[in-house]
Design a protein. Structure first.
Length: 430
């Protein structure tokens, strides 16, 4: 299989679009409330336009914050202007329409195995210095490991795993159900954090400062960092932050959030244009083969007892995952018929006569415990042998006793063996 550098990633890009539900929770990421520094009566001096559905910018924001405090992800979807709801649905449905059903099903089965691995290898993961990303409180993650897994499992077992449902994706149904469940689990995890926004961030004091047609500014009283805007506090105590909103399709949305959402949707549209309609289905065999190899990699990780074994097996799996996520952006290319199932390819380099070649092929069949007849092709001094086998590639490398091994490719499951003539080298051991 040929690895190609590409610009799309089905799994991660889908998550990027759906992760909008999490990104939008930052909309209310303020902390401890404090008495407002806005002069009394200033909010009442601003009139609410009649075409805004009766909700002023501050009232709209307050409803969204209250919904988040209650753990209702449906308010996230309801707060979005209609044009953005339509576009999110179209992007997700468009991606799903390009996905092969078997590949999608196998991918989620692999995700289930990864979650099971997280359950069983907790110590090797949390105590691993190579797996401590910056900005993540690993102590907090460790204390809530089961909650983290439950959160991920809920998403994996949701309608996201059903490609037919994804082809009819409706955020108006997804957010109130699966989204709310995920938000509540996120709130349970966040509750362990001293700066938990679910406990301290949704009771901000909100005042309307100005309103000019479709533009408005509200003031939020806060005690610490507010992530909804990059604006700095306007009062000396540093606890009232101005937030600019814009009205779109009759709904008020934070201007900075709208800007980020536009970029995200533009990225999503570009990704869809880079995926040919038949890219996944035409590359189905290669993708399924990669998934087979990933299952084998997972076997290796599950057998790991030490940190070194775990890291080595994980490194190979990550390489293979990246290859899986980069496959499928080009139409299927003609290639030599493959032996079905998982294979190992051994390239023999040397001047071999027919008898010597057959002896080495027979030896490879024994080394690999081949499950069927190998495919052998000869090109000058090069003999390529494709063997159907479940054996680990390293086991095959260790078993070669008739030449010098080189150019081992763990991803492609290939190795090259330079062999000499029969007169210079003894018969391979059985």
């Amino acid at each position: 299989m040929i690895s190609r550098a590409t610009t799309w990633s089905p799994d991660s890009r889908t998550i990027r679009v759906l992760a909008f539900s999490l990104a939008i929770t930052l909309f209310a990421g303020c902390s401890d409330s404090a008495p407002s520094s806005l002069p009394p009566g200033e909010a009442e001096s601003v009139e609410t336009p009649a075409d805004s559905g009766g909700l002023s910018p501050d009232e709209s924001t307050r409803i969204t914050l209250e919904g988040l405090r209650q753990g209702d992800a449906g308010v996230l979807w309801d707060s979005l202007p209609n044009r953005y709801q339509v576009e999110i649905n179209e992007i997700i449905r468009g991606f799903a329409s390009r996905m092969d059903q078997d590949v999608w099903k196998r991918t989620f089965a692999l995700a289930e195995r990864i979650l099971e691995l997280m359950r069983n290898k907790k110590n090797l993961i949390l105590d691993n210095p190579d797996m401590k990303p910056k900005g993540i409180n690993m102590r907090l993650v460790g204390e809530n490991w089961s909650t983290v897994i439950d959160l991920l499992e809920g998403l994996i077992q949701s309608e996201l795993s059903d490609i037919q449902a994804m082809r009819q994706f409706d955020g108006g149904e997804f957010f109130p159900s699966t989204g709310t469940k995920a938000l509540k689990q996120l709130a349970a995890l966040s509750s362990k954090d001293p700066n938990d926004p679910f406990r301290t961030g949704f009771d901000a004091d909100i005042q309307l400062i100005s309103l000019d047609g479709n533009d408005a500014t509200i003031g939020l009283t806060m005690g610490r960092t507010f992530v909804m805007t990059t604006q700095q506090p306007v009062d000396k105590r540093g606890n009232r932050v101005p937030v600019v909103l814009h009205r779109v399709d009759g709904k008020w949305i934070v201007s900075e959030l709208e800007h980020g959402l536009k970029l995200l949707l533009e990225d999503g549209r570009n990704l869809l244009t880079q995926i040919p309609e038949d890219a996944i289905t035409s590359n189905r065999k290669r993708l399924i083969k990669l998934l087979d190899q990933l299952d084998e990699d997972m076997d290796r990780i599950e057998l790991a007892k030490t940190r070194t074994q775990f890291n080595q097996a994980l490194a190979l799996t990550i390489i293979r995952l990246n290859q899986l996520l980069s496959e499928g952006t080009e139409a299927d290319q003609s290639e030599e018929p493959m032996v079905s199932g998982r294979t190992v390819t051994v390239v023999l380099v040397g001047d071999l006569d027919d008898a010597r070649r057959q002896t080495l092929v027979d030896r490879l069949i024994k080394i690999t415990a081949a499950r069927g007849k190998p495919r052998v092709t000869v090109d000058g001094k090069t003999t390529k042998v494709i063997l159907p086998t479940q054996r680990f590639l390293q086991d095959v490398v260790d078993g070669v006793d008739f030449g010098k091994v080189g150019d081992v490719d763990e991803v492609e499951r290939t190795l090259t063996v330079t062999v000499s003539s029969d007169s210079q080298e003894g018969t391979p051991e059985d």
